[in-house]
Ligand binder design. Structure first.
Ligand SMILES: [Zn+2]
Length: 63
């Protein structure tokens, strides 16, 4: 079965997973997000961001 391919909403290129850095509460962390190789548009879903934020918060609490 083929992987479900995400296409860029701007130019229709298949998105490639890329490491994306972002900042939350002064902490910089990263996640793999689909990114368009052509125009550089990144599709960070709220679900993905929340998942990473929850992980980071747990890591911070454990310190
Ligand atoms: Zn694009």
């Amino acid at each position: 079965m083929a992987e479900r391919e995400m296409l860029c909403g701007k130019c229709g290129c298949p998105l490639e997973p890329r490491r994306v850095d972002f900042e939350y509460l002064g902490h910089v962390f990263f996640a793999d997000a689909p990114r368009c190789p052509k125009c550089g548009e990144v599709y960070l879903s709220e679900e993905l961001v929340r998942g990473r934020v929850a992980e980071v918060e747990m890591e911070l609490e454990n310190k």
